[in-house]
Design a protein around this ligand. Sequence first.
Ligand code: KG4
Ligand code: ZN
Length: 391
Amino acid sequence: DKPFTVIGIETSCDDTSVGIVDSSGKILGEYKVSQWNLHKVHNGIVPTIASKAHKEVIDQVVEGALENASMKIEDVDVIAVTVGPGMAHSLEVGVKKASQLAIKYKKPFCSVNHLEGHSLVARLNQPHIEFPFFTILISGGHTQLLICHGVSNYTLLGTTCDDSIGEALDKAARIIDCRFGEVFDGEKIISNIHGGQAIEILAEKGNPSIYPFNVPMLNSGNCDFSFSGLKSELQRRVGKIKQTNTADERPLTLQEQQDFAASFQECAFKHLENKVTRALNWYYNKPMGSKKTKAAIAKKNKLKEQDEQQQPETIEKAPLKGIVVSGGVAQNQKLRKQLESISKKFRLPLYFPPTSLCTDNGTMIAWAGVEMYRNKMTSNPETVFYIPVWP
Ligand code: KG4
Ligand code: ZN
């Protein structure tokens, strides 16, 4: 139970980020170098450019975090690093640096799953969040519904069959003419933001009922997601509008952008809400709520049967202590409000990490290191390897 400190290194995607925390959850120092400007001209993240950029700044980022914490690496007790999932050669940079440090300074070493970083970081400043909790993990790479039974102990209830929710929002932003990393809100250009944020900003002034979309997989009988059909439908409708009345394509008007953003966002979030409700209903053995017509009852029974077939059978269903929503998309204020009704319905408190810790950061990796080290989950830095695909 002696207090200890952990440095966390994160290079799985396009940010080189390091955080140092202590075991009480205090953030001692952070440093991040973002690659926005490098990828902007390519209209998306280029893996070779990302890994090269990580290599160039990794030493500086580690030093920067230590300096901000007024510490030397010798003072840090544990070294943690994202080993996967993520882009292979980007992961490699962080893993190499972390293992070198652990070997040289003879420090305990924790291999962190990036998703576990997202999931556990809510406990950094909210230590009262107890296991087991329900996790809604919504980021650029993943859309997962999980039961977190404890550190490194999860049951996956639902995942996406194609794009993640963040990816869908990023693509939607591009389809409705936002430049990569930018949005024009009618008054000014806001830069260095993800597509999901651009959609959120545009949606605030849009009307979601102008271009209603069908919510995907309503009768799928499982807790999985699909966003690619929704994206194609957006593409089709935007294409049609751009072609009207002129021989050449025209850009969307601001109002059209706002209405499309609002409609798309509403549908994506409704899809998420439906599946979260479904997963929680299954967990608590509740029937799906719907009107009590004969057809509805028959449908409900059928869905219940499918639920039972498709979900893992042998998990221990201890009472849940709450719902943790994390990953980049969890920054969305509209979604945060929407999930409150589910929280009320199931009488489960809703927890979010602070918005600055929702998106990729080294601090969440350091915190996962704290939780892992407490549970004696260390590994050998001599033999560690990065895991780009980590089912
Ligand atoms: O967790 P994250 O930083 O990186 C991954 O691990 O993927 O998540 C990035 C994702 C992007 O797809 C981005 O569009 C989305 O999070 N995102 C948002 C918002 N801010 C970031 N989505 C919706 N609303 C936001 N405010
Ligand atoms: Zn992430």
